[in-house]
Design a protein around this ligand. Sequence first.
Ligand SMILES: [Zn+2]
Ligand SMILES: [Zn+2]
Length: 90
Amino acid sequence: MSFRAPLTKHHADGSDCPADHKHTRSGKPLHPDCPGREFTQAICSCGDWEMRHSGKGYVNECRKRRLAQHRPASVSASPVLRDVPPFNMR
Ligand SMILES: [Zn+2]
Ligand SMILES: [Zn+2]
C-alpha cells in the first residue's frame, strides 16, 4: 500500500487556490477572484497526518519525510533471493 500527500494551495479562508490562479513572482495574485495565496497544505492519504504552512518548500519537505516513513525499510534490499541449489559449485 502506498500513500500520497498531495500539496494544495489555499486562501486565507481555507478555500482552494487552484492552479489557474496565477501569481506574480512576488506572490501577488493576478486572478480577479484570488485574495492571495495564504498557505500550502498537505494531507497524507493515511489520514494520520496533515500540515499547513505558508512556506511551500517547507511543506513539501515535511511531506516527503512523512511519506518516506511509510516506506518499508526493506525496500532498498535486492530483489528476492531464491535458494538456488549449488549445481555449479565445486
Ligand atoms: Zn487563489
Ligand atoms: Zn501518512
